[in-house]
Design a protein around this ligand. Structure first.
Ligand code: PEP
Ligand code: MN
Length: 356
């Protein structure tokens, strides 16, 4: 069977269990997923990089044979995660079409280089590279370069956005940081980028909203974890969907068109866009005036030998703006983010005045 073409179909959907656990679980999950008609590639983890030793670390070699059997039975291409050259060698023997680099591997240039060397000159394999655990786009781009440097065609390389780990409690297991994805897309405009809502969410309840955001941001596909009995899964139990749940999720996602030729639509959009451009220019005009005033304050403080940061004054500003924000239908979180950026720049300006 020929290699899967990453650029042939949009969106392309990868689905399958987090881990292959038993032959029956693997084949049954893959069969039911294939029957939905909504899957382009089957996935299963064979070697699992786990936080704690002693957790389920994957079934190893025998799982490769189960996936090869799933490919035979369904006619669908297969994908798995590789973290060492030995994994690469084994997966290639079993006819895998796509190998992906996990988030814990992308952070390690030595490991990525070793994997790339094991694929040197390979014209058939597709490589999908997950974002590193932490939000370092240069490291992610470096991993792409390592595969290009060993002769993997850029058409055979893709990116997976699985979110970023961070300290503290939050709604998602891994922060999506969508704005970073826009930056990554502009670095690699022609490279397919898919979203992995399962690892962003960590629980089933947010899969729909994250998948929809990915569709709205024109991602090229999705990778979704699915298991015949998710609650009994040996890894990532709370984020996996039954094949039926997967089907429901997929059928609710709206993949809207990127643009439309309709003149009415173009006119309406054009009107609002020029309004936005006008408002943006007014916002920056005002910000520039605000910074000039901050500089004047800096001069007054310098003349009087007073420190830049006046905590009470800053607290008053925040309170005032937050109250106003509520009336203006702006969220407190948003307004605080904006205000903080303004404050940092103001301090910077005052600093320049005072120490020049
Ligand atoms: C996985 O896909 O099962 C996995 C381990 O993902 P990540 O590398 O994104 O944590
Ligand atoms: Mn998983």
């Amino acid at each position: 069977m020929s290699k899967f073409d990453l650029n042939a179909k949009k969106p392309f959907i990868i689905a399958g269990p987090c881990s292959a656990e038993t032959e029956e679980q693997t084949l049954e999950t893959c069969k039911l997923l294939a029957e939905t008609g909504m899957v382009d590639v089957l996935r299963a983890g064979i070697w699992k990089p786990r936080t704690n030793p002693g957790s389920f670390e994957g079934v190893g070699l025998k799982g490769l044979a189960w996936m090869a059997e799933a490919k035979k039975q369904t006619g669908l291409p297969i994908a798995t995660e590789v973290a060492t050259p030995k994994h690469v060698e084994n997966a290639l023997e079993f006819g895998f079409d796509i190998l992906w680099i996990g988030a814990r591997t992308t952070v390690s240039p030595f490991a990525v280089q070793d994997i790339a060397e094991a694929l040197r000159g390979n014209k058939d394999i597709n490589v999908l590279i997950k974002n590193p655990m932490h939000p370092d786009l240069a490291l992610w781009a470096g991993a792409v370069a390592r595969f290009e440097n060993v002769g993997i065609d850029e058409k055979n390389i893709g990116l997976i956005h699985r979110g970023f780990s961070y300290f503290g409690a939050s709604k998602y297991r891994n922060a999506p940081m969508w704005h970073l994805m826009l930056e990554m897309r502009s670095k690699f405009p022609d490279m397919p980028m898919i979203c992995d809502p399962s690892h962003i969410c960590g629980t089933r309840e947010y899969l729909q909203e994250i998948s929809q955001t990915a569709a709205d941001m024109r991602y090229d596909g999705l990778m979704i974890e699915s298991h015949i009995t998710p609650d009994k899964a040996l890894s990532d139990a709370s984020q996996q969907l039954t094949p039926d749940g997967f089907k429901k999720l997929m059928s609710k996602i709206r993949w809207r068109a990127g643009s439309k030729d309709d003149p009415e639509f173009i006119k309406a959009l054009g009107m609002y866009r020029s309004e936005i451009d006008q408002l943006d220019s007014e916002i920056f005009e005002l910000l520039s005036r605000r910074m000039k005033v901050a500089e004047k304050i800096g001069e007054v403080k310098k003349d009087n030998d007073v420190a830049i940061l006046q905590e009470r004054r800053w607290g008053d500003i925040v309170d005032k703006v937050v109250t106003q924000a509520q009336k203006l239908d702006l969220s407190e979180e948003f307004i605080k983010t904006v205000l903080e950026a303004i404050h940092i720049e103001s301090i910077h300006r005052q600093n320049k005045v005072m120490n020049n």
